[in-house]
Design a protein around this ligand. Sequence first.
Ligand SMILES: C[S@@+](CC[C@H](N)C(=O)[O-])C[C@H]1O[C@@H](n2cnc3c(N)ncnc32)[C@H](O)[C@@H]1O
Length: 295
Amino acid sequence: MSDGSPARGPAAGESRAVASDQAAPHPRLGSVLARHRARPSERPWPAHAAAALAPLAERLGSEPRPLVLDSGCGTAESTAWLATRHPDALVVGIDQSAHRLARAAAMPANAMTLRARAEDVWRLARERGWPVAAHYLLYPNPWPKQRHLMRRWHAHPAMADLVAFGGALELRTNWRIYAEEFAHALTWWCAVPAGVGRWAPRCAVSAFERKYLASGQRLYRVTATLPAPRRRHDEPGGRAQGSSARPWAISVCSISVLLKPIRTSSRMWIAGTTLSGRRAKRARPSALVSTSYSQ
Ligand SMILES: C[S@@+](CC[C@H](N)C(=O)[O-])C[C@H]1O[C@@H](n2cnc3c(N)ncnc32)[C@H](O)[C@@H]1O
C-alpha cells in the first residue's frame, strides 16, 4: 500500500492539518468491516513476500523473543526508541520504502528494520503464532478522501490479521476521524474497549511526530489491549488463531457497540462495548455517524 506521501520525508514546521471531505467517521465503515469478517481474504502469498520476510523469520529462529512491531516506521527513529523501551523484545521497524529505510540510523542490538509490506508481516506473525507483545502504528497515511476509505488500515482486509495476534496496540495520527474509525474497528473486531485521546508528547519519537508538533497540529492516540490469540483445538500445534479468524467465537454474544464519544476530564474518549444476546449481527452503516446504535 503506497502511502502517497512525498518520499523525501517531512520537514519541520511545513505541515498542514489533514483536510478531508469527511466530517465524521465514514458511513460505510461498518459494512466494510462486516464484509471482511464474512469473506476473509484468501489472497495467495505474493511472490516477493518470502524473500522480504526471510530476515525476520531467520532472526526470530536464532533469537526467539517477544516481538514489538513498528509498522510503517519510515526512517525508524521510533524503532530505535522502542528498542530502549522494550529491552527484552525484538523490535522490528517495517516499511515498504527503501528510500526511507536507507535513512535509518544503526539499530540497537534488539532492533532491526525490515523492508516489507506491513500486511505481509502481520499475516506471517498470525500464521506462525509469533508472540507479539506490542504493535505501534505511528502516523499511517490518513488517506483522508472519502473514496480512499479502503486504503486506511482499519478498512483494509489485513485488519483481520492485525487484531488476531494480540498484544498492546497503539496508533497515533494527526486526524481525529482516523483515530475514531480505527478505535471503532478494534472494538468491532475484538470486543475490547479502545480509547481515543488527545496526544501531546513532550518530545517527538518519529520524524512525522516532530513535523506535526513543530507545526502545532493536534495529535490523537488510540490504545487497546488485544486478546491473546487462541489455538484451534482441531489443529494440534497448528496455526494460532485470533478472534477474527473465529467469527463463531463471538457468536454467543450480540455486540452492541456504543461509539458514544464521552469526553472526560482527562480528555479521553472511550469507545465502550457491551455484550448481550446470542448472535453478533451486522453493524448498520449509520452506526458510525450516530452516537449509539445496536447491531
Ligand atoms: C506518514 S509516514 C510515517 C512514518 C513514521 N511512522 C513516522 O512517524 O515518522 C507512513 C509510512 O508508512 C509506510 N507505509 C505505507 N504503507 C505501508 C505498507 N503497506 N507497508 C509498510 N509500510 C508502509 C510509508 O512508506 C511511510 O514511511
